[in-house]
Design a protein around this ligand. Structure first.
Ligand code: E4P
Length: 217
């Protein structure tokens, strides 16, 4: 399972990348706004920092303009995945960008049928939003399971990128289902490693080791 960081904050990306566990980055217009930085400047910097796919989202709603935006974004670096919305115009753009060999992440997916369309359009990644689904009283993970089943039924290569992740339980469930990628904020990455029994166990070992007076180095 690949781990992407869902942020446009370069400091968070550098810190996560230093673990050696980071496989890519996703951004969206809201995250770009939050970074307070120029779109092209920050995407260029992220794409240099991270070897794996870096999603840069288009903002036009019509196919022609969206395609121009996507082609421009793809020129930033070889590891750019152009993000397009799950609309008919977005799917047309996905197909056109894929024909150029450009990675495409189809975003704002909220149904299995939408995910089926994205796979048929040749998407590299489909981004179903689990947290926003939970917010309105549906279990976002049911959607991930349905997409996994459909993609396996037809042997689609589109990678399921679980997005709008809010907490470690989402990651646990996504991994059990067999999602290909999860993208999440930096605090979730830290929460994945934390366990009170690990913390307590380490403190006990520290205390006993100090009492021995031994040194390994
Ligand atoms: C990532 O590609 C999505 O844009 C992001 O995960 C959305 O997350 P949110 O629902 O927390 O805004």
């Amino acid at each position: 399972m690949k781990f992407f960081l869902d942020t446009a904050n370069i400091d968070e990306i550098r810190e996560a990348n230093a673990t050696g566990l980071l496989d890519g980055v996703t951004t969206n217009p809201s995250l770009i706004k939050k970074s307070g930085r120029d779109f092209f400047e920050v995407i260029t910097e992220i794409a240099k920092e991270v070897k794996g796919p870096v999603s840069a989202e288009t903002v036009a709603h019509d196919h022609e303009t969206m395609l121009k935006e996507g082609l421009k974004c793809a020129k930033i670096a070889d590891n750019i995945a152009v993000k397009v919305p799950l609309t008919i115009e977005g799917l047309k753009t996905c197909k056109a960008l894929r024909a150029e060999g450009i990675m495409v992440n189809v975003t704002l997916c909220f149904s299995a049928n939408q995910a089926l369309l994205a796979a048929k359009a040749g998407a590299t990644f489909i981004s179903p939003f689990v947290g926003r689904h939970d917010d309105i009283g549906f279990d976002g993970m049911d959607l991930i399971q349905d997409i996994r089943t459909i993609y396996d039924n037809y042997e689609f290569n589109t990678q399921i990128l679980v997005a709008s992740v809010r907490h470690p339980v989402h990651i646990h469930q996504a991994a059990l289902i067999g999602a290909d990628v999860a993208t999440f904020p930096a605090d979730v990455m830290k929460k994945l490693a934390n366990h009170p029994l690990t913390t307590n166990g380490l403190a006990a070992f520290d205390k006993d080791w100090a009492a021995t007076g031994f040194s390994i180095l």
